[in-house]
Ligand binder design. Structure first.
Ligand code: UDP
Length: 494
């Protein structure tokens, strides 16, 4: 047929940080699986994080092309291969990586022109693609890697500025136009939004570009935040499709391929898995602050004591970035002590998060409220301890605690600029231990949160099955792009 000779061609442009790339690659795979001709534009080191996965997708009957562009390492003074924000071990390196990313604009525009795709799906972090797409007369789809709730919070707070003219940074305001009464303080919103600073000029266009795009793909699902999906689509007039959780589709495909992930090391069962296997169901707390957060030594010490004092089992992912040598010895001692008591297990740098969350021994998570971590925990039916750190994470905390009621707040008060190391402990050991006891203890509150989380977890599995909301939205999204392509072809030939 016409369609199979000239399939829909969609180009994806991911932003190089794990929290942005992982869901976008999953979405690209999803479209490919549904017959779309997919190209991903990225740099070499970033491609290497997912190349094996998409190569093996061939066995499932679909294939994805990658188009590599060169990262200007030498020009910005970075060693080869440092091309992802997770490699930003200091503010200086981070700003170099960011500069390198901004220099990719021209080569990417050239590539768009060469490839002539029917549509570009680009990360929210590239607002300039709105103009690039307009020049080529193709639709630009905004890829938003967090909740509808947070996107709407940004929109209405930017529009009405309810935080202006308060007497202090800790006075509460209510998010305008929201169907729930959500209170927050100016300190909990990003600094660039609180008052103008150099970052304002960077972030404002990002949040404004959604309105200027053809539509938005949300890694969320109807059952989770339908009221905010509606707020986005109707009051704000955004054409959006919620197609998530995309990690849930990817997980199913990876299982089909027999992908063992990280459960084996050198042919043996991985150590973390052995450790988890030795624990009772739902008795372990997984502690992770995502891929970018850096903590002070003082805060690491508070976390260590808080976890130990809680008396509950835990797996804690600690990034080496967080430490210098002298600090290292405290955590090594701690690790040794935990090994002996069998209460805690430390994973250095990077954890197989999806597999840990899905393990029956895991019973909850401490999360920095990164959206991917939230969706992954939800999909595993787990309640959470909400410890927001930066960006939109305080909005996600409100969604978890106040709206969905599946989270305990640890008591974080201030939105940190994500590229600066915080100077003092933000949350004390007593508060941490208390939150852990509420979540992992046998109290009524925990039971109820656990029940609600399981229900949402079930919904997150059903929504991606044939006939589910996310499934239908995906099909509608693809169909709409196809009919756009068709009417354009008719227009061109007329
Ligand atoms: N992640 C992981 N192992 C880690 C830390 C993070 O696999 O040790 C993954 C996690 O599963 C999620 C992503 O990295 O898919 C982090 O995204 P999120 O939105 O939670 O937070 P961000 O890193 O963007 O702050």
């Amino acid at each position: 047929s016409q369609q199979s000779h000239n399939p829909l061609h969609v180009t994806f442009l991911p932003f190089p940080s794990p929290g942005h790339m992982i869901p976008m690659i999953d979405t690209a795979r999803l479209l490919a699986k549904h017959g779309v001709n997919v190209t991903i534009i990225t740099t070499h080191a970033n491609a290497s994080t997912f190349q094996k996965t998409i190569d093996s997708d061939f066995s499932l009957g679909y294939s994805i092309k990658t188009h590599l562009i060169e990262f200007p390492s030498a020009q910005v003074g970075l060693p080869d291969g440092v091309e992802n924000l997770k490699d930003g071990t200091s503010s200086e390196i981070l700003s170099k990586i960011n500069r390198g990313i901004s220099m990719l604009r021209d080569p990417i525009e050239v590539l768009f022109k060469d490839l002539q795709p029917d549509c570009i799906v680009t990360d929210m972090m590239y607002p300039w693609t709105v103009e690039a797409a307009a020049k080529l007369n193709i639709p630009r789809i905004h890829f938003y890697s967090s909740s509808y709730f947070s996107s709407c919070a940004f929109h209405f707070i930017m529009k009405y500025r309810p935080h202006d003219n308060l007497v202090s940074d800790t006075q509460k305001f209510t998010i305008p136009s929201f169907p729930h009464t959500i209170e927050m303080t100016p300190l909990q919103i990003p600094d660039w939004l609180r008052e103008k600073n150099p970052a304002t000029a960077y972030f404002e266009p990002i949040y404004e570009s959604e309105e200027k795009s053809y539509g938005t793909l949300y890694n969320s699902f109807h059952e989770l935040e339908s009221e905010y999906e509606k707020l986005c689509n109707t009051t704000r007039g955004i054409k959006s499709w919620s197609v998530g959780p995309v990690s849930a589709w990817a997980k199913k495909d990876d299982e089909k391929k027999g992908d063992k992930g990280h459960i084996e090391e050198n042919g043996k069962v991985a150590e973390w898995l052995n450790w988890l296997n030795s624990k009772q169901n739902e008795s372990v707390l997984y502690v992770s602050f995502g891929s970018l957060t850096r903590l002070t030594h003082a805060q690491l010490v508070e976390i260590a004591h808080g976890l130990e004092n809680s008396g509950h089992n835990f797996i804690w992912v600690v990034r080496k970035n967080d430490m210098d040598e002298s600090e290292n010895s405290f955590l090594q001692d701690f690790e040794g002590r935990m090994k002996e008591s069998k209460k805690g297990y430390i994973i250095w740098n990077w954890a197989p998060q999806l597999q840990i969350l899905d393990h029956p021994a895991t019973g909850g998570i401490v999360t920095h409220c990164g959206w991917n971590s939230i969706l992954e925990s939800l999909n595993a039916g787990l309640p959470m301890i909400a410890w927001p750190m930066f960006a939109e994470q305080f909005y996600n905390e409100k969604l978890l605690v106040d709206v969905l009621k599946i989270g305990v707040r640890v008591g974080a008060k201030e939105n940190k600029s994500w590229d600066s190391i915080c100077v003092e402990a933000m949350v004390r050991r007593e508060e941490i231990a208390k939150a852990v006891e509420i979540l992992m203890g046998s109290g009524q509150e925990s039971k109820e949160m656990r029940m609600r989380a399981k229900k949402l977890g079930d919904a997150s599995k059903r929504t991606i099955e044939e006939g589910g909301h996310s499934y239908n939205n995906l099909i509608q999204f693809i169909d709409e792009l196809k009919s756009l392509k068709k009417s354009k072809a008719l227009g061109d030939s007329a």
